[in-house]
Design a protein around this ligand. Structure first.
Ligand code: AMP
Length: 532
């Protein structure tokens, strides 16, 4: 026997329909890089999305085809998400911070048919174009002859594609681990469940009263799902196509921002700006801001303290592209009101608790499930309907038989379920919210004349959370110093990958199989202090 309720497949188009129907006049604001402000609303974005779907249909695209975007945060990018999904396609948000080789690999691997981008990225796109094998249509968001003309040519009479809730809707690549970047292919169902969970008070606490400024880019980890959850809640969205602190601060004050979300680095620059405003006798407040969600890297205590002392609640979140990305989220505990500010800050410094929908466990060094005792650390694993099962086009699942996904993070679980990240086993460095591949850095460094072997590790940094440091062994008799290695690297890597320090040792610690033992190396340099 089955229950006798209505059978609705969960489809992402229901989100944009809902937002347009019930919150149609709620504003969607874009602050473009040239300083101009453009105002639309949910009805306007839905109309653009429908026209884009109609256009993609007119291109002859088929269900499941990928539409790539290479763009900053703005309302047309939002319309593109829903427009790509609306005709049955898959929105593929490409991370603009990657190397050309990775971008080419990703877009060819995804077999993107359309590439939509901001005019500012024209030089990059020109470099990539000759190598992109599947892209048939290039559309420039901020160009009246391109995006503008495409929209104007549609009458908007188009019905969203229907289908199964397990159809794919979005593709995000993560370059977090070794080897080529890997694609995470979200479903309509996983995205909808995640969006519905996200609006809860203990997660993003979204409602039609919220004015949300997502600082997390739309090209990283699905912008933490906010473009979907925001529609489910009918929030006012404010997008900024650039992320300089003075601009974001202006928007917070002028647009009545209540909620914001981003990686820790953003807030450090904001504090610098606020101090300067205060010294100049200008408004250094955060206006109506009441909830800031920080994730992507550990939020430092001082940052949490400063925000909380200015009356803003801080939610500390942990997640991954592979987990849609919400894994855990900090929210006030049952005894919150009895805690001192210091105790509250202690709570927020940890990564929070798991929301309904996903499950967490820690596996200790002997392979057993660790008790939730706040001391036993081990491999953090997660499972649930918005957690990855298999990477895009991979031959095998990336989870065990019980669906547990190993995150590569090391953590402890406290008795009340609060999760605390204590280390990371995956060999990567996260600087300002973006990954630097230590393996790639090492491979390039060992090409430097005079270097026999090199290991790259992440060292805590006051501004960027982590910065790479290269630990190198010289070839016998080689006459080489830090400056020479840096000069060599400067011609081969992007600027933000440059190690803050290059240090020389006689030998590096190795595992039994001859690999550099990163945990031991990090331990060896744990007292190294990098300056901001
Ligand atoms: P990404 O897929 O790029 O979003 O990166 C996910 C990874 O970022 C996680 O596996 C962690 O290593 C790291 N991460 C995310 N949030 C936090 C946090 N709040 N504290 C510490 N590390 C974090």
């Amino acid at each position: 026997m089955q229950g006798s309720m209505q059978d609705w497949d969960l489809r992402v188009t229901q989100l944009i329909d809902y937002a347009a129907r019930e919150h149609g006049t709620r504003e969607i604001v874009t602050r473009w890089a040239d300083g101009s402000i453009e105002r639309s609303n949910w009805a306007g974005v839905a109309d653009e999305a429908r026209k884009l779907s109609q256009a993609f249909n007119g291109f002859g695209l088929e269900k499941g085809d990928r539409i790539a975007t290479f763009a900053m945060n703005h309302h047309r990018h939002l319309a593109a998400w829903y427009g790509a999904i609306g005709f049955g396609g898959v929105i593929h948000t490409v991370n603009i911070r990657l190397f050309d080789e990775d971008l080419i690999y990703i877009m060819n691997h995804a077999e993107d048919k359309v590439l939509m981008y901001d005019a500012a990225f024209q030089p990059v796109i020109e470099r990539l174009k000759p190598h992109l094998k599947t892209v048939e249509h290039y559309i420039i968001f901020d160009d009246a002859e391109s995006y503008g003309a495409l929209i104007a040519a549609q009458d908007g009479h188009y019905e969203w594609a229907t289908g199964d809730e397990r159809d794919p809707c979005m593709l995000c690549y993560t370059s977090g681990t070794t080897g080529n970047p890997k694609g995470v292919l979200y479903q309509h169902r996983s995205t909808m469940l995640h969006a519905m969970a996200e609006i809860a008070p203990a997660i993003f606490d979204l409602s039609p009263q919220a004015a949300l400024l997502p600082i997390v880019p739309m090209f990283h980890a699905a912008s933490w799902g906010l473009p979907f959850a925001g529609a489910a809640a009918g929030v006012k969205f404010v997008f900024s196509a650039t992320n300089e602190a003075p601009i974001l601060h202006r928007l917070i004050l002028d647009e009545g921002i209540t909620h914001s979300a981003g990686v820790p680095t953003v807030w450090l620059s904001m504090f610098g700006h606020l101090d300067a405003e205060s010294a100049a006798g200008r408004d250094a407040s955060l206006g109506k801001l009441r909830l800031v969600t920080i994730g992507g890297s550990a939020a430092p205590r001082g940052m949490i303290e400063r925000l909380m002392k200015s009356g803003v609640r801080v939610s500390h979140a942990w997640g991954m592209t592979e987990t849609s990305p919400i894994g855990t989220m900090g929210a006030p505990t049952p005894n919150w009101d009895e805690l001192t500010l210091d105790e509250q800050i202690d709570v927020v410094c940890k990564q929070g608790r798991v929301p309904f929908g996903v499950e967490l466990r820690v596996i200790d060094k002997d392979g057993n499930v660790a008790p939730r005792d706040g001391v036993t650390s081990g491999a953090l694993q997660i499972r649930g309907p918005w957690v990855i099962k298999r990477y895009f086009k991979a031959d095998a699942d990336t989870v065990d038989a019980e669906q547990w996904f190993d995150t590569g993070d090391v953590s402890v679980l406290h008795p009340d379920g609060t999760m605390q990240i204590t280390d990371r086993v995956k060999d990567v460095i996260k600087s300002g919210g973006e990954w630097i591949s230590s393996v790639e850095l090492e491979n390039i460094a060992v090409g430097c004349p005079g270097i026999a072997e090199a290991g790259a590790i992440g060292i805590p940094h006051p501004k960027w959370d982590e910065r790479p440091v290269l630990i190198a062994v010289k070839k016998p008799g080689a006459d080489i110093d830090e400056a020479a290695v840096k000069a060599y690297l400067a011609e081969r890597i992007v600027k933000w990958w440059m190690p803050d320090r290059v240090l020389f040792v006689d030998e590096l610690p190795h595992t039994g199989t001859g690999k550099i033992q990163k945990v031991a190396l990090r331990q060896q340099f744990k007292d190294l202090v990098l300056e901001g």
